[in-house]
Ligand binder design. Structure first.
Ligand code: ZN
Length: 265
């Protein structure tokens, strides 16, 4: 499932269409993908100019002229890509915006992603403005993290890190990475975690991911857990460790950790 940096990577895939006029719009036949907007409403994008993309955690927002904003998320399998201007939509292309030189495609095989369209004259839609501060935002303070940890003191750290209201953009691999870099077992009660240390590690992981994965899908450092966590048989990259990593289901999600560097609680 795309997390912070992967979402930023995908949002940038529509950049070839920046400053271009949308000539026509294709919407697929699955209304579920357009949860809050009737599919026919997307025809209003025809004639507008694509201006800007931004992301917030796992959310994406695309600004068009005439005060139109397209927002959405990728769900588990969504992706944004471009095609030639005559691109014939596939069964999984739920939204295609055609310009003179390219086609901006939102493809999703499993339909957990979705988009909506809002009209708002000059500022992003209200729902966007009320999103919680992102981890790299100055408002993501140690005090905020401390308050969050105390309010969810008994939640296992790994599970709590997936809460988008507190940690926008953090998904399964980032949460495992945070636990690994803090050398804490994923089951550690959140109330016992040092908020300053957690904030520092979260910010460092976000910053590095945005400079690697978000730019060109390049690998994060080999000292991270991330490259080794995806399948059984991975070894801990810790200095002088090399222990076989553990992969277990924790609250419905696969958690991966090093039993030596992150002993049980
Ligand atoms: Zn280890």
């Amino acid at each position: 499932m795309p997390e912070l940096a992967e979402v930023a990577y995908y949002a940038a895939q529509w950049n070839p269409g920046l400053s271009q006029k949308i000539l026509r719009v294709h919407t697929g036949p699955k209304p579920r993908f357009f949860r809050n907007t009737p599919p026919s409403a997307f025809a209003a994008l025809a004639g507008t100019t694509y201006r800007h993309a931004r992301t917030h955690g796992k959310n994406m927002l695309f600004e068009f002229s005439d005060g139109l904003w397209l927002s959405g998320h990728l769900g588990m399998t969504g992706e944004l890509l471009t095609g030639p201007p005559e691109h014939p939509p596939t069964a999984h292309d739920h939204l295609v915006l055609y310009t003179k030189s390219t086609a901006l495609i939102f493809r999703d095989f499993r339909m957990f992603g979705c988009v909506r369209l809002d009209e708002s004259p000059s500022t992003p839609p209200a729902a966007w403005q009320s999103l919680p501060p992102e981890i790299l935002n100055p408002q993501f303070t140690t005090a905020r993290v401390a308050g969050a940890l105390q309010r969810h003191a008994r939640s296992p750290l790994k599970a709590f890190l997936l809460d988008q209201a507190w940690f926008p953009g953090v998904g399964n691999w980032m949460a495992d990475e945070v636990c690994y870099q803090l050398q804490l077992n994923p089951a550690t009660p959140s109330g016992t975690v040092d908020p300053a240390a957690l904030r520092k590690v979260l910010r460092a992981i976000c910053q590095k991911s945005m400079k690697t994965i978000a730019v060109d899908w390049s690998d994060p450092p080999a000292t991270w857990l991330m490259p080794y966590r995806w399948k059984d048989g991975g070894l801990c990259p810790g200095k002088n460790c090399g222990t076989a990593l553990v992969r277990e289901t924790l609250r419905g999600r696969t958690a991966c950790w090093c039993p030596v560097c992150q002993p049980g609680v």
